[in-house]
Design a protein around this ligand. Structure first.
Ligand code: GLN
Length: 578
């Protein structure tokens, strides 16, 4: 609807469009405005809308007309406009969150692995805890499960201690003492590079040395005071959404069981020597107390988002770390963040990450978002089992792997939350319609595939009834502007019914043959056509789902992507029905 807002409302047209997004019958309310903001993933306490929020709160529950709307929101209208017009980095935030929920729920059933047991506080932690938190570079947030449980950050501290060393001492000095090579060895191994430096800052030897570098730069400060400086860094990275804490209990236990870490420290001292001859005990104390910093999963997700955003915290706008240092930190996380499983993790997930033995994993999707997961049961490498599964599943569905950008249209229809799925589909369809109107050969083939796929989904229960044919006819029209009458469809359906079960097999063979020539957009459309028909009556029958899965499998589309789409369809249907 085009509104002549100037005339109707006495405010400029663009402001009028924003008002229309939340108004009905010429009025809106504080609640509606805040709900729209929340829908975009933005917290009501976000600093970017703090002024408007305060004005809205003072306004209360009275109706808000267009001019009031303008005066209440004008101070922060740029941000409000981006939220209302779905111009944040993930436009369909709610859809994305649903997809994340499906993955989260799928992984929850996995109870394999075991808590770290070298200290009581980790051994006795509730192994059932499971949390996932996300924050985008535009500050859109989503949390699921046990995201507010404080736990020691353990090795998650390591890359940031390295960042701190780079910040304070510079790269040249830091790299004299610690390498940046993957180790391929367990995190607590005593191995060193041939030049006697530890492999990297993410294994214990490297992290202990990094603590030594940092400690050597502040001779006047105690290890505990330096830990507070690092806690302040974490506080800034996590946008101060909650308080960074310190666990004395963890520290005492760490100290009492740190024999291996002492062995490493003496080895470092004996081989390479310590930076500025720093006191070995101060070095190890700083290392252990960094492990004893306590944070929550939701705080870690904001810290990850700050790294994803080049060091600027999305929730405060503060440049917490210089971008150059963030680049180096992420590089080290990429090669060594998951201990001796870092290579496999890079292959499967392809993102910089860091895990800790309390069960946290922090993962950065550069320029897009930060993730944190928390689940205490660990695998043989010391990485959280559920966390690793979550990220593997995530990257099977979304184009987050660093090399997904190589795919040139062959990602198996992975989803890209950066782009509105709705806009993408509309664009693909209008291209196809246009090409079809000119008789394009490829478009005609696609049209045929869509028709056959829809027909065979209808046939999943044995026969096709007239209402189903009407759905097919409507969808063909809607998707590609093809006019196929119900009568024409009837005769086609009789032909296919006569072929019996063979007809579906024949379709799968045709899809398999055509597949190499179909790009991701078309594969997506074919599957879309199939589940439009399957979901038309608001529910997907088991036989229909089976056929959808077979079609997806033949097209090389991951089952999880299908499940996300079906779930979204069901929800849209449920909304329409109410
Ligand atoms: N405190 C642990 C240690 O030094 C940290 C190890 C980890 O999280 N991988 O052994």
């Amino acid at each position: 609807m085009v509104v002549d807002a100037d005339q109707d409302y006495g405010i400029d047209a663009r402001m009028g469009v924003l008002f229309d997004a939340v108004a009905s019958h010429g009025f809106t309310s504080r609640q509606t405005i805040m709900a729209r903001i929340a829908e975009g993933g933005i917290d009501p306490d976000d600093y970017r809308i703090a002024g408007s929020r305060a004005k809205l709160d003072a306004w209360g529950d009275a109706p808000i007309g267009p001019r009031d709307f303008e005066s209440l929101l004008a101070d922060e209208i740029l941000t409000i406009s981006r939220i209302f017009r779905r111009q944040l980095i993930v436009p369909d935030w709610q859809d994305f969150c649903r997809a994340i929920t499906l993955i989260y729920e799928g992984v929850a059933a996995d109870r394999s692995g075991a808590n770290a047991d070298y200290i009581p506080i980790l051994r006795d932690a509730d192994p059932e805890k499971w949390g996932v938190a996300i924050c985008s570079v535009d500050g859109q947030r989503f949390c699921l499960g046990d995201v507010d449980v404080y736990h020691s950050i353990q090795s998650v501290s390591k890359p940031l201690t390295y960042a701190f060393a780079l910040l304070r001492e510079g790269e040249a000095y830091t790299s004299r003492f610690v390498g940046t090579e993957p180790s391929g060895r367990p995190f607590n191994a005593l191995d060193l590079l041939p030049d006697m430096r530890p492999f990297n800052p993410c294994v214990n030897a490297g992290a202990i040395m990094t603590a030594g570098i940092v400690a050597s730069g502040s001779p006047e400060k105690s290890a505990f005071d330096i830990t507070h400086d690092l806690m302040a860094l974490w506080q800034g990275l996590s946008g101060s959404i909650a308080e960074v804490r310190y666990s004395h209990e963890t520290m005492l236990s760490e100290k009492a069981t740190a024999h291996n870490n002492y062995a490493i420290s003496y080895l470092l001292q004996g081989r390479k020597g310590l930076p500025r001859d720093v006191d070995l005990h101060k070095m190890i104390e700083l290392y252990l107390s960094c492990c004893s910093i306590e944070m929550t999963c939701s705080m870690l997700s904001v810290a990850a988002a700050t790294l994803a955003n080049g060091g600027v915290c999305p929730l405060t706008g503060q440049q917490v770390l210089p971008t150059e240092i963030v680049k180096k930190t992420l590089s080290v996380m990429q090669v060594a963040g998951m201990y001796d499983n870092a290579g496999v993790f890079t292959l499967q997930v392809g993102l910089p990450a860091k895990s800790g033995v309390a069960g946290a994993i922090l993962v950065v999707v550069p320029n897009l978002m930060g993730f944190a997961t928390f689940s205490p049961r660990l695998d043989d490498y010391g990485n959280s089992v559920r966390g690793v599964s979550f990220f593997r599943d995530l990257v099977e569905r979304f184009t987050f792997h660093v090399y997904d950008s190589l795919s040139g249209g062959r990602t198996g229809c992975k989803l890209d939350p950066r782009e509105s799925q709705h806009n993408r589909k509309q664009r693909d369809l209008s291209d196809l319609k246009w090409a079809l109107s000119h008789g394009d050969r490829h478009a005609r083939n696609v049209c045929e595939l869509l028709l056959q796929v829809m027909m065979d989904i209808s046939l999943a229960d044995g026969d096709v009834e007239d209402p189903e044919l009407r759905v097919i006819s409507q969808n063909l029209d809607e998707m590609i502007g093809a006019q196929v009458s119900v009568q024409q469809l009837q005769s086609l359906s009789l032909e296919r019914q006569a072929e019996g079960a063979n007809s579906f097999d024949a379709l799968l063979r045709r899809l398999a043959d055509d597949c190499p020539n179909l790009d991701d957009n078309v594969r997506g459309l074919v599957l879309d056509a199939a589940f439009r028909v399957a979901c038309a009556d608001g529910m997907v029958e088991p036989e229909e789902y089976e056929r959808l899965a077979a079609i997806a499998g033949t097209l090389g589309i991951h089952r999880g992507i299908l499940d996300i789409q079906v779930d979204r369809f069901r929800r849209l249907h449920a909304v329409k029905a109410t």
